[in-house]
Design a protein. Structure first.
Length: 367
């Protein structure tokens, strides 16, 4: 199979973790007989520096002409004073909209042996395996009008949250479809006691549930969900949310399972999916060689699964990550009490070596 990918390393630690993910993709392509075609482009602050545009036309065109996009991260305090449309994050939002990526999938898994990395008790977090399904093209992040108006000292800021029935239904069906392959449970998170958007959200999701009789649907207000996520995280299966609630709760889940550095994501629904680690650009540790590349590597697994339906290849990567963690390798975000931290490149190499070993074993067994 031809794997035609656009690589957007981005800002901060983005290039560091992307490098490790690309090495894994190259190994998978070689081991399983695929052709990997890569083109690297700028986005975010890296693009602003070169072209004064966080999403240059050539970057967008490359993404549109590829089969999938792999993104490192965007953002830097250096651009905080830029107008909204020129900030690095604006480039990412435009990319999602242009690619029609309305469904953001964010798994939050407590890997065996990492229970001590969570601030929660081991017995509380052990076995946690949550799939967040976040609506990605609506809500406050995209709503119009948005503005800051008025004279200094009396300015008024406005953001708009809006959701239509079709947008709610399509993301709800993604969540229900995923639940049928998991533990048959969907928790829909809203704020229906105060928000009209949430009332419509709850009504549409409830209606969609009628088409999935095997899936148990429940509803919860977002504040209660935030509390329950730390009280009983392993009880949750698929969590369905609108854009901002999903952004917040999935990051909270990163803390629950030990580190944002472990979290992968897939933004799908349009013709081209975007895959990126959840952790962001982390400029404070950029260039130090201590970033956790596992979120990026696991995002590469999601890319293979969701854009190319290569389940065996995706599972090979995920098994390699589990094996490496089982052997005690830990990046700085996963260490405590004087434990030795594994540098970014070494962690990537350990996963790479294990991927090659697992792929070779699989070939021998199928021969």
């Amino acid at each position: 199979m031809l794997l035609n990918l656009t690589i957007l390393p981005g800002d901060g630690i983005g290039p560091e973790v992307t490098e490790q993910a690309v090495l894994i993709l190259q190994a998978i392509a070689g081991a399983f007989g695929h052709q990997l075609q890569l083109q690297h482009k700028n986005i975010g602050g890296a693009a602003l520096t070169v072209s004064n545009d966080p999403l240059p036309p050539e970057t967008l065109q490359a993404c549109l002409s590829s089969s999938a996009v792999f993104l490192g991260a965007v953002g830097s305090p250096a651009y905080d004073h830029y107008p909204n449309h020129l900030r690095p994050e604006a480039g990412l939002l435009r990319l999602r909209r242009q690619l029609g990526a309305y469904a953001n999938l964010r798994p939050a898994i407590c890997f065996p042996g990492l229970e001590d990395c969570s601030p929660l008790r081991a017995d509380v977090v052990r076995g946690t395996n949550i799939m967040f399904v976040r609506e990605l093209l609506g809500g406050l992040y995209f709503g119009e009008p948005r503005s800051i108006e008025g004279a200094p000292g009396s300015r008024v800021a406005t953001n708009t949250m809006s959701y239509g029935e079709q947008a709610i239904e399509r993301i709800a069906r993604v969540a229900f479809d995923l639940a049928t392959t998991r533990r048959q449970k969907v928790l829909s998170v809203d704020k229906a006691n105060v928000l009209e958007c949430s009332r419509l959200w709850r009504e549409v999701v409830t209606r969609c549930a009628e088409d999935y009789p095997s899936v148990k649907l429940s509803h919860m207000y977002v504040d209660s969900a935030a509390m329950s996520l730390v009280q009983r995280p392993k009880d949750f299966d698929v969590i369905l949310t609108e854009n901002m609630f999903g952004d917040i709760l999935s990051d909270q889940a990163g803390g629950v399972v030990g580190s944002l550095g472990l979290l992968a994501s897939a933004s799908i629904g349009g013709p081209v999916g975007v895959y990126e680690p959840v952790h962001g650009s982390a400029p404070d540790i950029a260039g130090k060689g201590i970033a956790n590349p596992l979120g990026a590597i696991l995002s590469a697994a999601m890319l293979l699964r969701h854009s190319f339906q290569l389940e065996r290849e995706a599972a090979c990567i995920e098994s390699a990550v589990t094996d490496v963690l089982n052997h005690g390798y830990r990046t700085a975000d996963l260490t405590s009490g004087g434990q030795k931290a594994t540098p970014t490149s070494e962690m990537g190499q350990q996963v790479l070596q294990t991927v090659n070993e697992l792929a070779s074993d699989a070939k021998r067994k199928s021969a």
